[in-house]
Design a protein. Sequence first.
Lengths: 302, 270
Amino acid sequence: MWLVEAAGGGPGTQEVRTCGQALGGNCRGALLEEERLGPYAPGLYAEALRALIAPEDGEAPAVPIVVLLPHTYQSAEYAPRLAVRLGAAYIASVSGATIDDGGSLRFRRSILQAKLQAEVRPKTRTVVATVQIGAFGGAESAGPPDHVVEVGRPADIDEHRERETLGREAAGAGGVDLASAERIVTAGRGVGGPDEVSVAADLAAALDAELGASRPVVDNGWLPREHQVGSSGHIVTPNLYVALGVSGSIQHLMGMSGSRIIVAINKDPEAPIFSVAHYGIVADLHEVAPALTRLLEARRSG
Amino acid sequence: MRIGVCVKQVPDTDSQLRIADSGRWIDDSDLNWVISSCDLCALEEALLLAEAEVSRGEERPELVVFSLGPARVEEALRKALALGADRAVHLADEALQGGDALADGRALASAVAGERCDLVLTGAQSDDLGQAATPAVIAEILGCPYAWLVMAVELNRRRRSLRVVRELEGGMNEVLRLELPAVLAIQAGINRPRFASLRGTLQARKKPLRVEDRAGLGVDAGLVGAAGAGIETESVTLPPAGAGGVVIEGASAEAAAEELVAHLQREAVL
Ligand SMILES: Cc1cc2nc3c(=O)[nH]c(=O)nc-3n(C[C@H](O)[C@H](O)[C@H](O)COP(=O)(O)OP(=O)(O)OC[C@H]3O[C@@H](n4cnc5c(N)ncnc54)[C@H](O)[C@@H]3O)c2cc1C
Ligand SMILES: Nc1ncnc2c1ncn2[C@@H]1O[C@H](COP(=O)(O)O)[C@@H](O)[C@H]1O
């Protein structure tokens, strides 16, 4: 089996390596570099990797091949297109991988908003999988791949550049200093509505904490974008992180799992947030958070 | 001009999920079914684009919604019609069910091609399978430009082009230009989906809903449904319990608060 790891030192490289090592095999690291390939476009990068892996267009590779990419906003965008071009199975955001003695592969991935996880088996010999960042158990230092291959520029490059990048911009105004906050209290969708965000704000005030938000809270307009914690918001590492009514999706965990002490208040004992929480309270946040606020205020004035 | 919107019906995120006896999927006998959250944003964006054309004095684009799924999916399509879509296509055939992103993407691409859509909007990621891949497969099969995680769309009908804002990690966006036909996967937060009006709901009953099967789509049986999927789910389980933090359960709110504060003092974070 050949393993192609298409990660070039950016986010997720370590997870891709750890996943690759779990599968063994003859490993090649594929380096995709903008200097060589030109500005990123999904069709272009898919084509560059296709040409590396299956030089004869339309022909299945002679040996089983597993292509691993990090589940970043860039590679997760084009990886499915690569799978179609290779006639490969596509498995998105895996958090575990095993190979048995017979060479059969199994991948683990979260489904249904991380409430459950599935073990999936590819039916094809060629497989493209993206590896979930921050979810691959023990992504400690894994050695480098056996060989590193530079990915070449496809001949008919302009045919594959299906879109033009005009520029970059910040998604939301700044103003909330979450990155350097010592304490953060985050309102999740479980607070219930725009008027109930005050339960989180009151607790934040009592704790001298900044106010954070999960993505749906921002998407619904309950709090402005600059409060958002997670992969598409702020990455925070406070001393104390209190999550109110946050389920604990991987994108949220990516933003806060480095916090020193994590407290979760959630009424669902199976909410994934409890798997990273140091202290969990299984209860209605509308009862516990105000009780906590009152207690902290009483201690302060007392 | 025609805009296609792909909507998937999924269990309501607040549903209490039970693993089926087979251990391979959830027990879906008594769930509350809704349109996947990003797909509602995709539909809203299509409605906003259509309204913007009208306010510019242009002809209103036709909005066609597509959904692949069993009989229950008709309810999701009627909801989309009630919200303002003009027509619906239901990929209902048994031979199309049980697929993954590859199989479903192929079926949806055929349906979309059959309707000659100039622009296809989907959600960025379904709330159940969360593959974030079906729209990329549709784009690949149609051979057209694609963007995932779209946070803003401007249509230039004269130039047949789009200006699109795409989300990046860590609070950044990139601005892209794409030519039509194109597939855009819409990210949650791009807009706030409207609610259906009573009038819309009544009108939806009379709007055309076409049921399509595999033969009508002209796709090989081996490429769609469970047969065409590249992966098979062997088992579904609860995630493993975490590293074992302290859990406070069953106490009164005041007692829970006291206990937590005692812990936090010991941890020296208060
Ligand atoms: C590309 C991409 C990027 C993303 N980026 C981010 C990001 O940066 N940040 C982010 O947060 N998300 C992000 N998401 C969204 C993420 O997948 C989840 O949808 C989101 O984190 C869920 O937010 P939540 O936990 O607040 O809501 P939900 O998942 O709906 O959870 C609500 C929780 O509240 C609990 N609850 C309800 N009522 C009560 C009550 N009365 N008392 C106690 N508990 C209660 C429920 O049990 C539930 O666990 C992203 C998604 C994608 C696809
Ligand atoms: N069965 C389906 N019917 C209609 N649209 C779908 C279906 N499956 C996926 N999609 C679309 O593709 C998006 C991404 O789904 P997924 O690849 O499963 O994360 C969804 O948000 C839908 O817009």
